[in-house]
Structure formats: C-alpha cells, structure tokens
Design a protein around this ligand. Structure first.
Ligand code: BES
Ligand code: MN
Ligand code: MN
Length: 455
C-alpha cells in the first residue's frame, strides 16, 4: 500500500487522535497545569510506541520531561532527528475564544484549539507520518524523536540534555515543523529565525501609593516615567535608539532583498486580516523585511497603579513592563540584553529607580539552502504541493535551533505547515485540516528524498 493510500484510509483516526492530545491543557508557563503537562508527555510517548518507535522514554529534566523515541533501522542509513514541543502557551483570556481552547472544534475546515498549530498539530503530523512509513514499510532513514515540554518557556533544560546525550541524539539533520507557509498554494521553508532578548523592567517612585491630587505634579509618577522611557526607545523612523543596538546586524544583500520583494504578499489583505488601517515599522523596509531581517523592540505587557472598577485617584509607587527584542544575525542575545539594561537605567528621570531583570533569550539562526536536507525538504514539498517552495525568514524564535548547532553540530530544516494567520499564541488558534494532512503526506517524502540524496 502507498503512503497516500494508508493516510486516506486512516485519516479520520489521525484527526481524532490529535484531538485527544489537544484536549490536554499542557500549559508550561502556569504551574497549575503541571499535571497536565506531564500527562501530555505520556500521551505523546504512548502514541510513539503504538506507531512503532523503540526505546520510548520520558527523559526527566529539572523541569518537564522530554519525550524520546527512535527507530534505528541500519547504521548505514542517514538519521533524522525530529524535534517539536508538546507544551502550549496559556489560553487566557479564555472569554475571547469562540469555542473553549481545550475542546478542539472544527469550523470551516480548521481545527480550533490551543496548540492546534503551535505545536501539537505539527508534532502529531510527524507521529502519524512515522506510523504511515512503518505500516507501509517505506521508512528510509533512521529516526529519532525529541519532543520537549518547555519550548514556550525558553527550553531551559534542553541545552543540558543535549550536552549530556550527544551520542544518543547524533543525527544527520534536525527536522522541525513549528513554522509557517506563505500560503497553502505557495509553500515555503524558513531558512532563518529571529533571536530573542526578553526583559522585565520595574520603575519605582515614592515609597507608597500617594493621593494623586495631594502629591500629583510634585512627585515623579513611575507610570508616566515608564511611558516616556519606553516611547524614547524608538525614533521618528522607528529605529531603536539603544546605543550599539544595530552594531552587529548583518546587512542583507540587495539580491536577497530583491528576492524577498518577489514573495507574494498583499498589504491590503494583511491589514484587513488584522483590522488595522496602516502598517507601521522601520523606515526603509517592507513588511516582510521588518519581520524577517530586521531587529525589533516591543512591549508585551505593562501594568501598575489602579486598574480596578471605577476610578481611584492614585499616584502609584511602582510601574512594570515586559519587553521583547527580536534579534537577527549576528546580534547576540546576552549582549543586547546588557545594552538594553545600561541604556534603560541611564534614561531614568530623576525621582525614580529602575530595575531590569533579564528573562530567557535565544540566538538568531540562518539555515543552509545548499544542503542535502534542504534539497530533500524542497523536493518533498514540490511533490505534494506541486510547486517549488520559496525560502523565507521566520519572524519568530526557536532558540534551541542555535543550541543544536552548538551542542550537536547539527543543522536544522524548518519544514513547517502552519500559516501566519493561524493565531498562534492568540485566542482562537487554529490549524487547517488541509495543512495537517499535507504535513503527514509530505514528511514521508522528505525521508524518501533525504535517503536517496545521501546515497
Ligand atoms: N513556533 C513558535 C516560533 C515561530 C512561530 C517561528 C512562527 C516562526 C514562525 C514557537 O513556539 C514560539 O512561540 N517561540 C517563542 C520563543 C520562546 C523562547 C518563548 C517566540 O517566538 O516568541
Ligand atoms: Mn512552536
Ligand atoms: Mn509558540
């Protein structure tokens, strides 16, 4: 039986099994869900075992377990290490979901659930593609699975695990489906990801909250101060004003920028989809460039003072913000965090104190397009989509990709099947059923081409 026939015969079960995984609220950021995160790891391990993987174990870490499994056919065959994550972002605010985040529901050909696209749907494509290859005796490479449960909180324990298990994890390529296509009729492969610096800032004014009439106008208000400081981090051209911030930014060649200009993109549709009347960003760059090849700075959350019902006249003692910076080659996360810290402390107005606390970060990456692995992924997509995929740059971050290179000396192929419009991390996250099955069809083709090209 061909892989396509097997997939066709089992497609309903493939979907219902994914739904079982999506029902588990494996939110790694919120310790209230610790039991569910572990339960999800066990469910993924069970599915790997049933699909035919050997030596399936939950690898314990200082945090959540890593699901490992493998099928080693023959030492002479190339080995593919599949990485993904079974943890998800928090679903809050739950009231903004049209259907509950952990009750997967199909509407308009899309699966709505937290993690449907990022990354349970895409991880499960690999499990089902593996089952398909096992059942149709078409698995052409050795395969190892490493599915972690802490990606959404910075993969803090994965680096150590990789360092301590170099031999076990040895592979010719790391294959990840955790990114997006340009469109369902315009496949693409991400050949770069941005890095990340993430900081929390605390601005302290007076010792206690004060009456905003009695003291207002005479005492620095930390929220006012924080807003002024944040506003000053961009100039009128939306350049970031932190001294040294751009020093290491790699200039992208005119030829590469020209190629990016040819990527199909409708600014009208983009604005309409987001319900915005204008795009905004760094002067001199297109929207695709702004999210692909340029570094950015965004406030992710800001709080302080009175936010309860009605009005309370208060000059707050403290103000806070969480700020992310997306980095591009060759910026270095720790360096950027330090530049931010120095600069932010230096612009604090008199009357407030500033504290900057670094969170997790990650390095930007570029993946090669002249490798056997890239060629295999491109050939696989050509076969199932009917057109050649376009190499693109992903705006998000998967910090572990740079670590894989460093610790395992192994390059990655980012063969993702989501869409930017899938609302990952947002309410009503979804994943196209088309995309789910297309992934399950394409992955076996990757293995076929990767084995053949390695001959
Ligand atoms: N799958 C995403 C990353 C992604 C999304 C890359 C779309 C390219 C296109 C991943 O799960 C993610 O959300 N990563 C975090 C970083 C992490 C350190 C929290 C991110 O990008 O914010
Ligand atoms: Mn992800
Ligand atoms: Mn994510």
């Amino acid at each position: 039986m061909s892989t396509l026939q097997y997939i066709e015969q089992n497609k309903d079960r493939f979907l219902s099994e994914l739904f079982d995984i999506l029902r588990i609220p494996s939110i790694s950021a919120d310790s209230a869900y610790a039991g569910d995160v572990r339960k999800c790891a066990e469910a993924v391990a069970d599915h790997l075992r049933k699909a035919g993987a050997d030596n399936v174990v939950l690898e314990e870490t200082a945090g959540y377990p890593i699901v490992y499994g493998e099928k080693i056919l023959d030492a002479s065959l190339p080995t593919v290490l599949v990485y993904g994550h079974y943890d998800v972002q928090p679903s809050v605010p739950n009231e903004l979901w049209d259907t509950p985040p952990f009750e997967p529901t199909v509407r308009d050909g899309k699966i709505y659930a937290r993690g449907a696209c990022d990354d349970k749907g895409q991880v499960f494509m690999h499990v089902k593609a593996f089952e398909t290859m096992m059942q149709t005796q078409t698995l052409a490479c050795n395969i190892k699975f490493m599915i972690e449960g802490e990606e959404e909180v910075g993969s803090n324990n994965l680096g150590t695990y990789c360092r301590n298990n170099k031999e076990k994890l040895a592979a010719d390529v790391i294959l990840i489906s955790d990114t997006a296509l340009i469109a369902n009729d315009c496949p693409s492969i991400d050949v770069g990801l941005r890095g990340l610096s993430y900081v929390e800032v605390e601005v302290t004014g007076p010792r206690i909250d004060l009456h905003s009439g009695v003291y207002g106008g005479a005492v620095a208000n930390p929220i006012n101060a924080l807003c002024t400081m944040i506003a000053s981090l961009h100039d009128e051209n939306r350049h970031i004003t932190i001294p040294g911030f751009y020093d290491k930014v790699a200039e992208v060649s005119a030829a590469d920028r020209e190629a990016m200009g040819k990527i199909p993109f409708s600014e009208e549709e983009y604005k309409q989809h987001l319900a915005i009347d204008a795009v905004m960003g760094e002067k001199g760059f297109t929207t695709i460039e702004r999210t692909g090849i340029r570094p950015t700075l965004d406030v992710n959350g800001i709080w302080g003072g009175y936010i309860g019902e009605g009005a309370k006249t208060v000059l707050p003692s403290k103000a806070y913000a969480k700020i992310s910076m997306r980095l591009v080659p060759n910026q270095i996360s720790d360096e950027i965090t330090e530049l931010f810290q120095k600069h932010f402390e230096s612009i604090a107005p008199a009357g407030v104190k500033v504290k900057v606390t670094p969170h997790h970060g990650g390095e930007p990456v570029l993946t090669p397009t002249d490798s056997i692995a890239y060629k295999a992924a491109a050939a696989a997509m050509k076969e199932t989509f009917g057109v050649d995929p376009i190499p693109t740059r992903g705006g998000g971050s998967i910090p572990i990709v740079a670590l894989f290179e460093k610790e395992l000396q192994t390059k990655t192929v980012l063969m993702g099947f989501g869409l930017d419009s899938d609302a990952i991390h947002s309410p009503n996250e979804h994943y196209g059923i088309f995309n789910y099955y297309k992934g399950i069809e394409t992955i076996p083709m990757f293995f076929k081409h990767f084995a053949a090209l390695n001959q």
